[in-house]
Design a protein around this ligand. Structure first.
Ligand SMILES: [Fe+2]
Length: 289
C-alpha cells in the first residue's frame, strides 16, 4: 500500500519553481503509463460500490476521471473550480511541508505528476497520480472537505510555528488519508490512502484484524500511526459534515490541553473509546512474528 506520511523533501531534488509545481505535460505520458492507470483504475473501481462513501462516489462520477487515460489536470481543475474553487497542480512527488500547506491554504491540491511502475502496483514510497487523483480529488468536490483541506493548510502553518505539527498531522492521517465514516448505518471509506489501495480497501472494512473506533479529536491527535503498513486502528467519523467543526476550530487551546498527555499506540483501545470493532490484531502480530 502507499506510504506517504510525511510531505518531506525529495532527496536531492532542486525545484525549478519556488512552489515546487511542474507542468503535467499530459501529452508526454506513454501508452504504457496510461495502461498502468487503467489497470489500477479498473481493479479499484470494482471495489468502490458499498465501500466508498457517497460523497466520493458522486465526485468520481462527475469529474473527468475515467479508466482509459491518466486524467488531464487542466480539465480536472476546470471542473473542480466550478464546484468548490479548487485547482490541481502538478508536483514531482513529495514537497516540503510549508509548500504543501501553502498550496492547500490557497485551494490548490498538489498532485504527483508521475505514475508508479507496473511492479509497484501495490506499494510505493511517494504519492503518484493514481493516489492523488483517484484517491483525493473526488472528495474535493465536497464543500465540507474542500473547506477542511484549506483550513488544514492554514492550520499546518500555525502548528509548525507552535512546534505541534505531529498533532495536526495525525488528524490529517486519520481523516483525509485513512478516514472511515458512518453512512446509513454502515461504515464507509473516505480516506484517500485507503481508496487508492486495492488491498487496504478490503482490509480497512472487512478484516477482523484492525480496530474501528469512534472519532474523537483529542484522542486522534495523541495516536501514533504506521506509514509503512496497514493501519492498526481506523477512526469512524459520524458524517463528512462533522469535518466542518474542525475547519472552524482554533486548535491552539486543544494543543495546550494535550501538551502533558502521552501518545497512544496505534493498536491501543481505550476504555473511553466508542468501539465499532475491537480488532484481533492478527495481521500485525504476524508481521512481528
Ligand atoms: Fe495522500
Amino acid at each position: 500500500m502507499p506510504a506517504f506520511g510525511k510531505h518531506g523533501i525529495v532527496g536531492g531534488y532542486v525545484p525549478v519553481r519556488s512552489d515546487w509545481t511542474i507542468e503535467q505535460d499530459w501529452a508526454a505520458y506513454t501508452p504504457a503509463e496510461h495502461a498502468t492507470w487503467k489497470t489500477l483504475f479498473d481493479r479499484q473501481i470494482a471495489l468502490m460500490p458499498g465501500r466508498a462513501c457517497q460523497a466520493y462516489l458522486d465526485g468520481l462520477r462527475t469529474l473527468p476521471i475515467g479508466a482509459d487515460t491518466i486524467p488531464d489536470f487542466a480539465r480536472l481543475s476546470d471542473a473542480l473550480m466550478r464546484r468548490t474553487g479548487w485547482q490541481i497542480v502538478a508536483v514531482p512527488g513529495m514537497v516540503p511541508n510549508e509548500v504543501f500547506f501553502d498550496h492547500l491554504a490557497n485551494r490548490r491540491f498538489p498532485a504527483g505528476q508521475f505514475i508508479r511502475q507496473p511492479h509497484e502496483l501495490d506499494y510505493l514510497q511517494e504519492p503518484d497520480v493514481f493516489h492523488d487523483v483517484f484517491g483525493h480529488v473526488p472528495m474535493l468536490t465536497n464543500p465540507v472537505m474542500a473547506d477542511f483541506m484549506q483550513a488544514y493548510g492554514e492550520g499546518g502553518k500555525r502548528a509548525e510555528k507552535l512546534g505541534v505539527l505531529d498533532r495536526l498531522a495525525r488528524l490529517y492521517w486519520y481523516t483525509v488519508e485513512f478516514g472511515l465514516v458512518e453512512e446509513a448505518g454502515q461504515i464507509r471509506i473516505f480516506g484517500a490512502g485507503i481508496l487508492s489501495s486495492f488491498s487496504e480497501t478490503t482490509f480497512a472494512l472487512d478484516s477482523a484484524s484492525p480496530n474501528r473506533l469512534g472519532f474523537d479529536l483529542r484522542r486522534v491527535m495523541r495516536t501514533l500511526y504506521r506509514i509503512d503498513e496497514f493501519q492498526e486502528s481506523y477512526f469512524v467519523l459520524p458524517s463528512i459534515d462533522s469535518l466542518l467543526d474542525f475547519a472552524r476550530t482554533d486548535f491552539a487551546p486543544v494543543y495546550d490541553g494535550l501538551a502533558a498527555q502521552p501518545d497512544i499506540a496505534a493498536s491501543q483501545v481505550l476504555g473511553t473509546d466508542r468501539v465499532f470493532t475491537r480488532g484481533t490484531g492478527a495481521y500485525h502480530q504476524a508481521l512481528n512474528a
